[in-house]
Design a protein around this ligand. Structure first.
Ligand code: RB5
Length: 146
């Protein structure tokens, strides 16, 4: 598995359809995508899926993940409880970019009831294409877990 081209994705029912579209988008771009669920529109607890994705990033199985729920808020709350996880809820391109440049965000969180498909794809692409700047920002992110 090429870790740089692998990504784990998960959502609840509220963002199931957008999750499926993003999965297809990523596969078309050559990414290997691990789908942590959910697998249908049936109502589920977002926490279960947030834990799966955040756990896999926290313990290093994946270097990047994407989480979606209706607003993205619940998934952010869950994911940011995990050591080594820096989850960024983004709905604009500048934040998606800066969440990588300054925060080295390793999980992108999206709101399926907020975003249109094209904006969601652009957020994902920007986030994946942007590198962490390091330097003074490395010390800052390290101090989160210290
Ligand atoms: C599900 O109705 C909704 O609460 C969930 O998708 C999410 O938005 C929670 O933060």
């Amino acid at each position: 598995m090429d870790k740089d081209r692998s990504i784990i994705i998960g959502s609840d029912h509220a963002a199931y359809e957008l999750k499926e579209k993003i999965k297809t988008y990523l596969i078309d771009k050559g990414y290997q995508v691990e789908d942590a669920g959910t697998k249908s529109n049936a109502s589920v607890n977002y926490v279960d899926y947030g834990k799966k994705v955040a756990g896999a990033v926290s313990d290093g199985r994946f270097s990047k993940g994407i989480l979606l729920c209706g607003t993205g808020l619940g998934m952010s709350m869950v994911a940011n409880r995990f050591v080594n996880v820096r989850a960024a809820l983004c709905s604009d391109i500048f934040s998606a970019k800066m969440s990588r440049v300054h925060n080295d965000a390793n999980i992108l969180v999206l709101g399926g009831r907020i975003l249109g498909d094209m904006l969601a794809f652009a957020l994902v692409q920007t986030w994946l294409d942007t590198e962490f700047e390091g330097g003074r920002h490395l010390e800052r992110i390290q101090s989160i877990d210290n």
